[in-house]
Each structure stands twice: as C-alpha cells, then as structure tokens.
Design a protein around this ligand. Structure first.
Ligand SMILES: [Fe+2]
Ligand SMILES: [Fe+2]
Length: 179
C-alpha cells in the first residue's frame, strides 16, 4: 500500500475536479523547472541534473499537460456550457484562448530547450527568446489557474450533478487508458 507522508493523496476518477487541481500542482512544479533553469543557466551548458529535470518537465507538458487541456475543453467546459445560464460562463472562452497561447509557447520552449540539450548553449537571441517565453508562461498560468480554481471549478461543483461528474470522471479514465 502506498504511503505518502505530509502530502495529500491524489484525487481519483470519482473526483475529476480534484484531479484537475492536482494536475495544476504538477503544472506549477514542472513549469518552475522550465522557468528557473532558463533564468540561471545563462550562456553555459546545462548540468546533468538540470538536463534531467528539463527532460522530465518537457515530457510532462507533451503528454500530461496536453491531456489536462483535453480534460477541460472536451469533458468539463462543454457540460458547463450546456447547464449554466447563458452569459454566466464568459471566462471559459478566455481560458480556451489561454490554452492555445500556452500550446504555442510550450512548442517553442520545447524546441529551444531541445536545442540547448542537444548542442550546448543557445545564442543570445535564442536565449532571450526562451526567457521571454518562459516568463510569459509563468504569468499566463498564474492567472489562468487562479481563474479556474476560484471561479470555474467552484461553479462546476455547483451546477454539475453527480451523474455528470461521474461521466466526466469516466472520460478522464478513458483518456488515460488510451494514452
Ligand atoms: Fe485550463
Ligand atoms: Fe486547468
């Protein structure tokens, strides 16, 4: 039996809103790695510890990060739009725009870091580009996650009934089995 000391156990498929919040904590952790290494490893090769951490963070966003977006856009948001009174869920459109911007930033950050890992320090222009993009991601996610956790998820908990929550959880499970 897994033992976890001093930390909350991850939520299960019966609590998809809890799963989304758990995922936010992972996003914040892996994003901090992408941001912090870009800030401190100026004009030098990455240490092996940094390189391993960056590889892990890039792999997370390629798979878990994209799945999180699908969980929200394909399972949660459409059901909220169906059930909420018209005009009350305007933040969802903005959140989807954020997802598109974050996808593009992640693609760029992945390409820049992959170049750094493969061929050593980036030239100053590319290094500045990586810094700009990781800083933008940090700002974007800070606001985005706050909106989801203080506005959208509480609204979902109010308007979605148990059967709908169960259906969302089973779609989350299917997405993980498929991937
Ligand atoms: Fe989101
Ligand atoms: Fe989210």
């Amino acid at each position: 039996m897994p033992v976890q000391i001093g930390a909350k156990l991850d939520s299960g498929f019966d609590d998809p809103l809890g799963m989304l919040q758990d995922c936010h904590r992972r996003i914040e952790r892996f994003l901090a790695i992408l941001c912090d290494v870009a800030e401190r490893a100026h004009a030098r090769a990455l240490t092996s510890e940094e390189a391993n951490a960056i590889r892990t963070a890039l792999a997370y966003f390629r798979e878990g990060g994209r799945r999180h977006t699908a969980d929200e856009e394909e399972s949660l948001f459409p059901r909220m739009r169906t059930l909420a009174p018209p005009g009350t869920l305007d933040p969802l459109d903005h959140l989807e725009d954020d997802h598109r911007e974050a996808d593009q930033l992640h693609d760029d950050v992945d390409r820049l870091y992959s170049g750094w890992l493969a061929a050593g320090p980036l030239n100053p222009t590319l290094e500045q580009s990586l810094l700009d993009k990781t800083r933008r991601l940090r700002a974007l996610y800070a606001e985005h996650i706050q909106t989801e956790e203080t506005t959208v998820f509480p609204a979902a908990a109010r308007i979605l009934d148990r059967a709908t929550i169960a259906a969302i959880g089973s779609e989350f499970r299917g997405r993980r089995n498929a991937g």
